[in-house]
Design a protein around this ligand. Structure first.
Ligand code: SAM
Length: 342
């Protein structure tokens, strides 16, 4: 397929009540995952009955409706997107929007466990870069964090992705007492392998049967510690996401920080999130949501869907108010990250 971007007239962006242009849709294609990361899921999760999921065709129709409304970047996530049965059918279908220039980027966030199998096909569909979540390079610790994951499989997946020509960014959730000693080494490893790395603060999403307070590590502390080993130079680089980047002088690589708690980034939020049941969340950290499945199924045309999307964007809140402290031992939101899509 020819992925040279066709010249096209871009539809105007949707604009929310705070003047933010919404160009970015993240889609959780399944709430299921083959890992059970301790900060993300409880060990015994109840997943949605399959009958409640949108079909791949319906997901394609909804994503395409958002593209008509001005979305230019689409990220598939989950749960684990690559465990959704038939996922490549959806990726192939969505890649037509890259070919005709309606979409700038189709990408995904993955735990990497299935990448060895799918990397080549993802690249062939026009995916250019992916995010891989990896919190440690110690295989015992990896098993302890993910409960079910195998580090070797993920490393093989990353190698396959790079061999297929995909740019890989590593996402690391900073966990107090778990990987805080290792973050500097992870930076060295990622940058040595030609990968950017972003560190993320753990967010109070979903009851995971563990105390958040025990996991929470402010990135101000991570950064101070990294600064003991590396020279961190502020740079202007932006990916359209919430990370603030520095260049690590010693490695030459980029290092991002996503700090929803110590410094929220809502003023530049350009995104909304669709779940696998067709629920649209206008903010990762708020309960308000819009049902798009009902208008989607109500008629073959998309007019009802467009109206529902417009109404939802008009309600996008100013921001979230995550907090993790001793007075807030319950999650800010009952919803797990795997539902809304991290
Ligand atoms: N399975 C895929 C993966 O592992 O990347 C995609 C979904 S996962 C929910 C997306 C990202 O959210 C991962 O980087 C994960 O570490 C992160 N995540 C999950 N729960 C989180 C939480 N409570 N706080 C911060 N990040 C979280």
């Amino acid at each position: 397929m020819d992925f040279e971007r066709a010249a096209s007239v871009h539809p105007a962006a949707m604009v929310d009540p705070f003047g933010r242009a919404i160009r970015y849709l993240r889609v959780s294609v399944t709430d299921r995952c083959d890992f059970r990361c301790v900060y993300c899921m409880a060990e015994h999760m109840t997943f949605l009955p399959k009958a409640e999921l949108l079909t791949l065709e319906e997901l394609d129709r909804l994503c395409s409706a958002f593209i008509v409304k001005g979305v230019r970047k689409l990220r598939l996530t989950g749960g684990e997107p690559l465990v959704r049965r038939g996922i490549m059918t959806l990726v192939r279908a969505l890649s037509r929007h890259l070919v005709d220039g309606a979409l700038d980027e189709l990408t995904l966030t993955t735990n990497g466990s299935q990448l060895a199998k799918y990397a080549g096909e993802l690249a062939a569909c026009g995916v250019r870069r992916i995010n891989v979540s990896l919190d440690t390079c110690d295989s015992d610790k990896f098993r302890a964090i993910t409960r079910w994951g195998e580090l070797d499989k993920v490393l093989a997946g990353i190698a396959a992705a790079q061999a297929a020509g995909l740019r890989v960014k590593i996402n690391v959730v900073a966990l107090k007492g778990v990987n805080e000693d290792e973050i500097a080494d992870l930076v060295q490893w990622a940058h040595g392998g030609g990968m950017d790395l972003t560190v993320i603060e753990v967010m109070p999403l979903g009851d995971v049967g563990e105390q958040r307070l025990d996991q929470y590590l402010p990135l101000s502390m991570v950064r101070a510690r990294l600064a003991e080993r590396y020279t961190l130079e502020d740079i202007d680089y932006r990916t359209g996401g919430p990370a603030r980047y520095v260049r690590v002088k010693e490695t030459g690589g980029r290092l991002g920080f996503i700090t929803p708690l110590t410094h929220n980034f809502c003023e530049s939020c350009n995104r909304v999130r669709l779940t696998c049941t067709g629920t649209l969340y206008m903010c990762l950290g708020q309960e308000d949501a819009a049902d798009l499945r009902t208008p989607l199924r109500a008629s073959e045309g998309n007019d009802l869907v467009y109206t529902a999307i417009d109404e939802a964007i008009a309600r996008k809140p100013k921001g979230h108010d995550f907090v993790i402290d001793r007075r807030h031992r319950r999650p800010a939101l009952a919803r797990h990250m795997s539902v809304t899509g991290g």
